[in-house]
Write a protein that binds this ligand. Sequence first.
Ligand SMILES: [Zn+2]
Length: 571
Amino acid sequence: MKYGISILALGTCLVLAACGPNAKEDKSVTNNAPDLCIQNAIIYSANGNVQADVLTVNDGIITFANLPKNTSNCSQYESTTTKIVDLQGAYLYPGFVDSHAHLLGIGLREMTLNLEGTASIKTMLEAVAAEVAKTPKGETVYGRGWIETHWPEERFPSRQDLDAVSPDNPVLLQRADGHAMVVNSAALKAANITKGTKPPFGGDILHDDDDLPTGMLIDHAMNLIKDLMPTLTSARKEAAYIKASEVYAAYGWTGIQSMSVDANDIGLIERLSDEGKLKIRVYNAVDMQDAEDLVKNIAANGPQTSKNGRITTRGLKFYIDGALGSRGAALLAPYEDDPENTGLFLVKKEYIMPIFEQSLRDGIQISTHAIGDRANQLMLDWYEEAFAAVPESERKIAKPRWRNEHSQILDLADIPRYSDLGVIASMQPSHAIGDLYFANKRIGKDRLAGGYAWRSLIDSGAIIAGGSDAPVERGDPRIEFYAAVARKSLDGYSDENWFANEKVTRVEALKMFTEWAAYAAFEEGVAGKIEPGMRADFTVFDKDIMTIPEADILKVEPVMTIVDGEIIYKK
Ligand SMILES: [Zn+2]
């Protein structure tokens, strides 16, 4: 919080125009001219009130937002150095933050065979055939983004499907959720996966009636073919991070809480940001592997930040189970459509508890992926056990704000535990409107009463940080906001299994992506609201998402994205 308080103090100092010794580098004090003045905008605070039509920014901090709304403009600064932006009646919100997504994956999706939105096995094979035609013989073809839940074929793709269009090149196609992959026979052969190959812990190799691999590899079984994956050179990573930041700024996101980041990439992300190549704000939760030095540094010095302050790293990310679509989510009772199966566990308690306890002592924020009701219950149990083992007096941060990433299917009795334990529910509204088509088949209506339970969680006092999980989903704030308030498919479908009562109000949806996202990153003192002293991070849409008809939310245009008072995207 040290960083946050100093920024806040700086903002207050600018507002009062009484900065003392440093006044020389502070233009607002000497000539009263801010760096930026925005006029002719309808400006929303996070609590959903229109509060201003003009605001000013200095050194990346909001210095003035007229309150209450009284028509004024930037004309007094016309003859100064101030940059004046006329938003021509557009709607300005606190910067939208995607509280759970994967920055590298978002960039890589733009750079590889993108199977997002593929409508059938047939169309997927056409896309693969076109890619194989441009790929040298023997080289791997890698794609990502398919999801079979709407396909007319009503089944997973198989190696035989892929063999028909690629007999020689290994083909690896990752499901949109990242928890499963279909590969062809050339890939199975190259990885030496045969009839008798045993799946590793936390993974599964699906077999057909003849007991031969179908080509579907679930969760940790994907490790068996990792040598065939395209190598991630540092140049490729750099290009992907930059691309992802551009794509995200154009959608209107000012920030991302990036999950499962490779600890070895933190230096690169910080450098790209300090060099001005990666513009959005990034809050990292890293994978445990190779994170030892980083963890030691955070334990000794607090969260690690880039020089420009836009990149912050303070946490670790873990997985407890798989995903619902690929039946890897860990359930209290078997799957409705697979009575022998209760899902997969990806981590063992004896491994993770010492890490949890040490993290409390070190001030590390823990984020854990949990989808199934059993996984969510265990995660809450384990957090609770760690909290009991390390009392507040022994913790570096008394209220550690640990997070449950996804919190998808909850046993109803577990809902109040979020608020009781101070655990943040990090949830992705688009998952609900994608999954609710098939979730009933997987787990039945009774268990869906605790599925994607936004309303119940908020009513119980829990904080929900809203995200997209891109590249699992598209990563579009309009889709996430719409899904949260409508709880209908993009074309307006829902039925009684969708539990419409669990949708949220527009004010709550706005908070999920602004104020509550800030809270989940310990930033509520500096971000998530529009008022003097807060960071000048803004999302601007051409229409008012707080009042227009539900279906129109999907059609608004992002017109400008601003971070630290810098315009990072303009339509
Ligand atoms: Zn994720």
